[in-house]
Design a protein around this ligand. Structure first.
Ligand SMILES: NC(=O)c1ccc[n+]([C@@H]2O[C@H](COP(=O)([O-])OP(=O)(O)OC[C@H]3O[C@@H](n4cnc5c(N)ncnc54)[C@H](OP(=O)(O)O)[C@@H]3O)[C@@H](O)[C@H]2O)c1
Length: 315
């Protein structure tokens, strides 16, 4: 039986992965800072860690097949100084701790997939960003902090002394899920309330991914030893915000959607305790390496993905 060590098992993506691989007979060991709270999905064996230091949990990695690290404080908050520190440290420290734990293994895991983000690339309207895309903050978009976090996160992975373990940084786009977690239910609600209009000028691209393709991409990365380093994990068809909101309105049969200008979003973001960069940055990111390796997306188009996610789940 295959064994996966899953840091962040009780988060949105951790739950999605735990259910997918659990159904396929994998043993899932979830690392969490909150053991005993019933937060990990059924069937996951939870083990305590602090997300920063090597501890007793490290023994779980011995002989495991795969480590997937999804730990990280949510970025959906105001970037105050304490929040910035938590966003940064929770990613870099957790990655370093896992690297140290793997380095101590007699039989280290064959593969280590670490979360990363498609936000690492420069704001781009015209140029699709494969893995060789430009990595840089964009002044008017105020994404310098997010790009720096993304780079520090990848550096922590690259610097780990784990030569016998293949490492992949998954540059993840926004994942669309079936349940109540993630951004899709929020967007659907806005559309139903008549607030699903264009955000900003609507030209900014949105990179996204159906949760089923996220799981299939993780499985593909595990099974393809030629894939190491940075891999964009995103659908092949990012779309402009204006088009995305129109397709969402059609899906929930909302006759209209009030647009939100940049300044309205700036004010709204303060009340919603979030940052406009999450909405206004153009992420035109494409899965160049996944596609070159032969991966086929089940849900390449946004409208098809959201229609599927509105229906019942299948195995
Ligand atoms: N969801 C997306 O669309 C998306 C897109 C791009 C990138 N990502 C990245 O993928 C990862 C997983 O995303 P998600 O949506 O599943 O996030 P999530 O639901 O917020 O879950 C994050 C997990 O990180 C752990 N965590 C939170 N704060 C922590 C801290 N200070 N130290 C250590 N662990 C901490 C939590 O576990 P415990 O509380 O049990 O310790 C939780 O299980 C994140 O790093 C996120 O930035 C996600």
């Amino acid at each position: 039986m295959k064994r996966m060590i899953l840091a962040g098992a009780n988060g949105f993506l951790g739950g999605v992965l735990a259910r997918y691989f659990g159904r396929r007979g994998w043993t899932i060991v979830g690392l969490t800072r909150r053991p005993g709270t019933g937060s990990v999905p059924a069937g996951v064996r939870e083990v305590a860690w602090d997300g920063a230091n090597v501890g007793a949990w490290a023994a779980e990695l011995e002989g495991a097949d795969v480590v997937v690290n999804l730990a990280g404080r949510s970025v959906d908050c105001r970037y105050t100084e304490p929040n910035r520190r938590a966003i940064w440290n929770s990613r870099v420290d957790a990655t370093r701790a896992i690297g140290s734990a793997i380095a101590r293994c007699q039989t280290p895991p064959a593969v280590w997939l670490n979360a990363g983000t498609a936000t690492i690339y420069r704001h781009s309207l015209e140029q699709p960003m494969g893995e060789d895309g430009v990595i840089a903050g964009t002044p008017g978009i105020k994404d310098e902090f997010s790009v720096a976090v993304a780079q520090a996160w990848e550096a922590a992975l690259a610097e780990a002394a784990t030569p016998r373990t293949r490492r992949v940084s998954m540059r993840l786009a926004m994942v669309l899920g079936r349940g109540s977690e993630g951004v899709l239910p929020v967007l659907r609600r806005l559309a139903r309330w008549g607030l699903g209009g264009t955000m900003g000028d609507g030209r900014q691209y949105v990179s996204w991914l159906h949760e089923a393709d996220f799981c299939r991409a993780v499985e593909w990365l595990i099974e393809h030893p030629e894939l190491a380093g940075a891999v964009n994990v995103t659908s092949p068809q990012p779309l402009p915000n204006e088009m995305m909101m129109r397709q969402l309105r059609e899906q929930v049969r909302a006759p209209f959607g009030l647009p939100a200008t940049k300044w309205m979003l700036e004010i709204g973001a303060i009340f919603l305790r979030t940052e406009t960069e999450l909405i206004l940055k153009s992420r035109r990111v494409v899965p160049a390496r996944l596609q070159a390796s032969g991966f086929r997306f089940e849900f390449p188009e946004f409208a098809g993905a959201v229609a599927d996610l509105a229906g019942p789940a299948c195995a």
